[in-house]
Design a protein around this ligand. Structure first.
Ligand SMILES: Nc1ncnc2c1ncn2[C@@H]1O[C@H](COP(=O)(O)OP(=O)(O)OP(=O)(O)O)[C@@H](O)[C@H]1O
Ligand SMILES: [Mg+2]
Length: 308
């Protein structure tokens, strides 16, 4: 796999606030890489730097081997950023929005109109041809927003939370469209708060904490490298006793409303777990394979925002 994007040991401060602290990441050509991390950990900052919209203090960012701040117009115009907040003009129709952005690339009027017609068709926007962008539903606005980012057929596409705040059907439609882009060879770097989205779409996932990547790999690789081998979910009348026992046993613990998650460093069957918790107020126990959510919890140290 050739590397499309290399981010090497990047540091970024906003005043006294250090947001990126040795952030490094490679994105392979043709893959979808998902960058996950809690609110405010610096995901959008990374994407803005990668798209050369924001400077950085130290480090190196290379796109197709070229420093990002020295890309030719031709190379940079094949890089597109679908931002977290919509860039649509609410009073313009879908095709007018597409045409506006297509013209920014300096294509001929004929090329612009042809591309707009293609995107209106591919994204099934024709059904809303006479609806102003601001009056479209959230899911269709997001769809138009994605279409806008494709006007110049980007080779490298950056998507900041592409399915945030849309319903299940719209999310699945967007997944299908994003999958289609990957099938056509587009390299995609996206952020998400929704772990099933990362599992469904991404060839690799990078988990971010304290301004750097704490783990990166395919979902099976991350699961294999998880500190725990299995997770026990426990219900109890007195959670403190269970937490104390688990920490005596050296197990990591995560407390949810009416449930405690125990991260087991080795495979244990139900009998072993019940024996280990003997004398506590445990009322129900179940054992589960480690999921991406568990790996996130252990490595990032907090609940994924959409699971919280
Ligand atoms: N232009 C700026 N000036 C000052 N601080 C900023 C600026 N942009 C971002 N920050 C701060 O940097 C930190 C990281 O912000 P960023 O938007 O990159 O986080 P994020 O991971 O994308 O969060 P979210 O999941 O909420 O979108 C936050 O504390 C934010 O307040
Ligand atoms: Mg963000």
């Amino acid at each position: 796999m050739t590397v499309a994007l290399q981010v090497k040991d990047v540091h970024k401060r906003f005043g006294s606030h250090k947001v990126l602290d040795g952030f490094s990441l490679d994105v392979g050509t043709g893959e979808i890489l998902g960058l996950l991390g809690p609110n405010g950990c610096g995901k959008t900052t990374v994407l803005s730097i990668v798209c050369n919209l924001l400077s950085y203090d130290e480090g190196e960012v290379l796109l197709m081997g070229e420093p990002i701040h020295r890309l030719s117009f031709q190379a940079s115009s094949r890089l597109a950023f679908c931002t977290q907040r919509s860039a649509l003009y609410p009073d313009l129709l879908p095709a007018e929005n597409l045409l506006f952005f297509a013209r920014l690339y300096g294509l001929s009027e004929q090329h612009c109109k042809q591309r707009v017609a293609e995107l209106m068709h591919d994204f099934e926007l024709e059904a809303f041809a006479t609806t102003r962008a601001g009056k479209l539903s959230g899911g269709w606005q997001q769809r138009l927003h994605l279409a806008v980012s494709l006007v110049n057929r980007p080779l490298f596409l950056v998507l900041d939370e592409p399915t945030a705040a849309v319903d299940v059907q719209a999310r699945m439609d967007l997944w299908r469209l994003i999958d289609g882009l990957r099938e056509k060879g587009t390299t995609i770097l996206l952020t998400s708060h929704y772990l099933p989205e990362a599992e469904r779409l991404c060839s690799r996932v990078a988990l971010m904490r304290h301004g750097r990547v704490v783990a990166a790999g395919s979902v099976p690789e991350l699961l294999a490298r998880a500190p725990s081998q299995a997770v026990a979910k426990v219900k109890a009348t007195h959670q403190e006793g269970i937490i104390q026992r688990a920490s005596d046993l050296g197990w990591s613990v995560r407390q949810h409303a009416d449930e405690i998650k125990l991260f087991l460093p080795q495979h244990l069957n139900l009998r072993d777990i019940i024996d280990a918790l003997d004398g506590t107020s445990v009322s129900a126990v179940s054992v589960h394979p480690v999921t991406l959510e568990d790996v996130y919890l252990e490595l990032v140290g907090e609940d994924p925002p959409e699971a919280a």
